[in-house]
Write a protein that binds this ligand. Structure first.
Ligand code: PLP
Length: 414
């Protein structure tokens, strides 16, 4: 438990607001996912989705635990190299990769999953320049996820996802024929990441089945990786979930059952790869913010803090995160109030209409479960990005310092 005094010490050193990284939770997520899948299918690889939270400190943990880096841009690819991730343990996904990006990743023997015909064109150019090399590439496959009633479960209930190659036989035959024309290229990876609305277990069953079927039919001898992507639920605090969510074991059981019943898998023994983001990072970061004012406007109570909703939920979902009020002086005044942020946006809410003891100016509020798509998605909007600390043997170590004016404006012309 963090005391008010302890927070004041961190504030004095690094400024308020700030994030706290829970290294134990992050490592446990890694271990639990690996245990669930690895105990059911030996050749399992966890490739951490950098985009979810690419604090280098976290990326280093992934490297040290033998995980792969899943990256979707040249920025993230270069970051993985800078962190010291071995290039052959980097999976380069993403819909937009230019020739130079692909050439670098192929030079480095990274796993490159192509999203489109433009990617194949880049590979053809690379193959012409490297006629004596046998080039290995991966393909992202577009997965249809409609249920029995015809409802598509792709994110936002979109009818058709936009990523990867159409898996229809006629299209895959064209891909095979184009690659055969190039000559010195083989497909070693099939990637089926599909963001869904409800992260259902059956979606992963379909993804695994589709990838294994395509592998067996079109690339039976060359596939080394069946990559089912990310998007699984992690540990969600009970107050943030609307229903019981599947466990890592639930996902692993369904996926590994598909793999184990495939004759092709038993013969070829590909690696099974998962790219978790939210399930790794969400519960590993908390945000601590200081109460600046408490006001009553026409009977509604607003607690304004120095952090912002953008630090906590930049995707603007409306679910209140678990929180803890860390007071200087204890209080029994229970009221209903909202915690609102430091920006000038009316919609900048951190907690909406909670009933609790009303904080005082100078108290702190710790918001939990804010590790996914916050640090990476929050621009320095109105205020600089806050510090990030990690608790280490009783003290707090700096992982990122608070941004300065110079950090933000050094690339602008004045
Ligand atoms: C290719 C790919 N892999 C993995 C992920 C991670 O997803 P999540 O954070 O939902 O686990 C994403 C997220 O969009 C993705 O696009």
């Amino acid at each position: 438990m963090l005391s008010h005094t302890k927070i004041r010490i961190i504030e004095a050193k690094y400024g308020s607001p700030f994030y706290i990284f829970d290294e134990t939770a992050f490592r446990k997520n890694f271990d639990d996912i690996v245990k669930a899948f690895g105990s059911r299918y030996e050749k399992f690889i966890l490739a951490y989705s950098y985009k979810t939270n690419y604090i280098p400190y976290l990326c280093n943990i992934i490297k040290s635990k033998g995980g792969f880096a899943e990256v979707v841009s040249r920025l993230e690819y270069d970051l993985a190299l800078k962190v010291g991730q071995k290039p052959d343990k980097i999976v380069f996904n993403g819909p937009v990769k230019c020739y130079e990006d692909i050439a670098l990743a192929l030079d480095n023997k990274s796993i490159v999953n192509l999203d489109s015909w433009s990617g194949i064109d880049h590979v053809a150019k690379y193959a012409r320049k490297n006629p004596n090399r046998e080039i290995k590439i991966g393909l992202r496959i577009n997965i249809g996820l409609s249920d029995k009633s015809g409802l598509s479960h792709i994110q936002e209930y979109l009818k058709t996802g936009r990523f990867g190659f159409d898996p229809a036989d006629s299209n895959m035959e064209k891909v095979v024929s184009r690659l055969a024309d190039i000559g010195n290229v083989m497909v070693n990876s099939l990637h089926g990441h599909t963001s869904t609305t409800d992260r259902n277990v059956w979606c992963y069953q379909i993804i695994s089945e589709t990838l294994c079927q395509i592998a067996e039919k079109f690339f039976p001898e060359s596939i080394e990786y069946i990559n089912i992507g990310g998007g699984i639920f992690g540990y969600i605090p009970p107050q943030m979930r609307w229903a019981k969510t599947p466990s890592f074991d639930d996902y692993a059981k369904a996926v590994c059952k598909v793999l184990k019943t495939s004759k092709w898998v038993r013969r070829q023994k590909p690696h099974l790869m998962l790219e978790p983001g939210i399930a790794m990072a969400a519960n590993a970061l908390s945000f601590v913010t200081k109460v600046i004012s408490v006001k009553d406007i026409r009977g509604e109570l607003f607690v304004t803090v120095d952090g912002s909703g953008y630090n906590v939920q930049p995707t603007s979902h409306k679910i209140n995160h678990p929180y803890q009020i860390i007071r200087k002086i204890s209080s029994k005044k229970r009221r209903t109030f909202s915690v609102v942020g430091s920006t000038c946006m009316e919609k900048d809410y951190i907690l909406t209409e909670i009933t609790d003891t009303l904080p005082d100016v100078g108290d702190f509020i710790k918001i939990d479960n804010v590790g996914a798509y916050t640090v990476v998605l929050t621009p320095p909007f109105i205020n600089p990005a806050p510090a990030i600390v990690v608790r280490k043997s009783g003290t707090f170590k700096l992982v990122r310092s608070k941004q300065t004016l110079n950090d933000i404006f050094k690339n602008y012309a004045f």
